[in-house]
Design a protein around this ligand. Structure first.
Ligand code: FAD
Ligand code: MLT
Ligand code: ZN
Length: 506
């Protein structure tokens, strides 16, 4: 529907592919795996698997619960970015908290290293084994346990796929507070363990606020029941927070209680073209000020991201070419009110020349088509060859400067330098690509980008976590005292270091 007073060019969306879930195992292509820096660490003093161990796991989980077939294992050993291939010869697929407990009890006793894995969509090498760690996958732990219609609290197993939970909540008139491009594959347990941010952060905030309770299995097999469905519960240390964002290094999350919110019935998405980054900032400011009660997403992409979509996925933006694009989503309960407020805001943006073209969608299929432009950039970049991916938080005044600095620094050594991200919460995704891995390019980017970000008090990992790829850079955001305390917590909870070794901590 064209918002009446608004004179934007509305085009047909025939060229836009609708978003489809990213296949979990379909994108792997092993000849492209780049070893890069991922083989520089020494294997810990863990035992190796024996036939006795396999016997134990087989008797515990049955044949459907253990994977030893080499081809099948490949998809568990390789990360989404295809940047590393682990050497695990065993993936376990428990169905219950108790089975996870038995697995970890046994591994701790036998000193066998374990890598917890959800949907394996992580982008920092946290979800795949570095050596021969046993993979504990939550893929069969996908049951909804309870839904409270009065409060919107959804209790489920940690292997539930995010999109499945969203559909479930939608049927009850609710929505899950986290949404991301990998929703068709990622698990809520993976989201919790990475403290995933995503596209709704601006409205619902962090999972630290929206996860009310957790059940976690500790490395020694003990079940830590921090399940809670109350909004308010100030009873001493809130231990669940230790597991939100600790990337599987302290425990395996098996169940969660998620606070869902009443679903807005009326949504509209505006896709706007800006000529300068200053216009992007002015647009963002005005949208926030004029639509405070309606704004549910505020995202941006540059034209180099749009070029990548066009070249690699044949996906085109629905407006005239601009250096920058801003995606605004508003959600409420009254379509007319939405229309009026959005019209007022966009008219003023046009009047002030902060935007010079745009289109609006209110129909679900067109909203989805516009969203796919933003959500599929990651996939488009993957097709380019090797990706150098960065996920940083910056003050908005610094937000796009780093991209210009990096373009200058990298010149023709890369095939692309693109940026997109969660403008509403200051989270920039800077990505460079080359046909194959080039150590010279990597050396030009790292540690420079982390130093640059840290000097400006930004975060070197806004939402993807530290995993394996960034562990050597943790000190750019954490003091020595903080890192030492993190190490002490790890030693206390996992004295043998069996759980997700080589990750997060330097
Ligand atoms: P995995 O990748 O399997 O694991 C991630 C980490 O969590 C690993 O360290 C793993 O060991 C640990 N882990 C997994 N499950 C458990 C568990 N049950 N208990 C303990 N530890 C566990 N991220 C964002 O934050 N925002 C985005 O907008 C976003 N968009 C993305 C778009 C695309 C196309 C892709 C490919 C990725 C995107 N990501 C994004 C990154 C990724 O999807 C998230 O980090 C997601 O939360 C990972 O979930 P997962 O189930 O795939 O976890
Ligand atoms: C996104 O916002 O699209 C994701 O975090 C993935 C990425 O950084 O490419
Ligand atoms: Zn993101």
């Amino acid at each position: 529907m064209l918002l009446k007073k608004f004179s934007f060019s509305l085009r047909h969306f025939a060229t836009i592919f609708t978003y489809s879930s990213i296949p979990k195992h379909g994108l792997l292509c092993y000849h492209k795996i780049h070893k890069s820096k991922l083989s520089s660490v020494a294997r810990g003093k863990f035992n190796t698997l024996t036939s006795k161990d396999i016997e134990f796991f087989s008797s515990l989980l049955g044949s459907s619960g253990i994977i030893q077939n080499v081809e099948e294992l490949d998809s568990y050993n390789v990360d989404w970015m295809k940047s590393h291939k682990g050497k695990s010869s065993l993936a376990l697929r428990p169905r219950t908290t108790e089975e996870v407990s038995e697995i970890l009890k046994y591994c701790n006793k036998q000193i066998l290293a374990v890598c917890p894995q959800g949907g394996n969509t992580g982008l920092v090498g946290g979800s795949i084994p570095i050596f021969d760690e046993i993979i504990v996958s939550t893929s069969l732990m996908n049951k909804v346990i309870h839904f409270d219609d009065n409060t919107g609290v959804l209790q489920c197993q940690s292997g539930s796929i995010l999109e499945t939970l969203e559909n479930f909540a939608n049927e009850k008139g609710y929505t899950v507070p986290v949404d991301l491009g990998a929703k068709g594959s990622c698990h809520i347990g993976g989201n919790i363990s990475t403290n995933a941010g995503g596209l709704r952060f601006i409205r619902y905030g962090s999972l630290h606020g929206n996860i009310l309770g957790l059940k976690v299995v500790l490395p020694n097999g003990e079940i830590l029941d921090c399940m809670n469905t109350m909004r308010k519960n100030n009873t001493g240390y809130d231990l669940k927070h230790m597991f939100i964002g600790s990337e599987g290094t302290l425990g395996i999350v098996t169940e969660a209680a998620i606070l869902c919110y009443p679903k807005s019935t009326e949504t509209a998405v505006a896709f706007l073209g800006c000529n300068t980054f200053q216009d992007v900032l002015s647009t963002a400011k005005m949208v926030r000020q004029m639509l405070p009660e309606l704004l549910s997403s505020l995202e941006m992409l540059d034209n180099q991201s749009a070029d990548t979509l066009r070249d690699n996925l044949k996906l085109t933006v629905p407006i005239a070419t601009h250096p920058f694009y801003v995606l605004v989503e508003i959600s409420g309960t009254d379509a007319q009110y939405n229309e009026q407020k959005l019209n007022e805001c966009l008219s003023l943006l046009m009047e002030k020349n902060h935007i010079s073209d745009g289109t609006i969608a209110t129909e679900p299929s067109r909203i989805k088509a516009i969203w796919s432009i933003r959500e599929r950039i990651t996939e488009a970049l993957l097709k380019e060859g090797h990706g150098y991916k960065y996920d940083i938080s910056l003050q908005l005044s610094d937000f796009y400067k780093i991209v210009e600095v990096m373009r200058e620094r990298l010149g023709q050594k890369v095939t692309r330098c693109v940026a997109y991200g969660h403008l509403g919460d200051g989270n920039l995704h800077f990505n460079a690509t080359s046909r194959t891995f080039d150590p010279e390019v990597l050396a030009l980017i790292e540690p420079f980008i982390y130093e640059w970000t840290s000097e400006r008090k930004g975060s070197i990992s806004a939402e993807h976590g530290i995993g394996y790829k960034k562990r050597d850079y943790l000190h750019y955001n954490k003091t020595n005292e903080a890192i030492n305390l993190m190490k002490s917590m790890k030693a206390l909870i996992d004295p043998q270091g069996i759980l997700n070794p080589y990750k997060v901590l330097p």
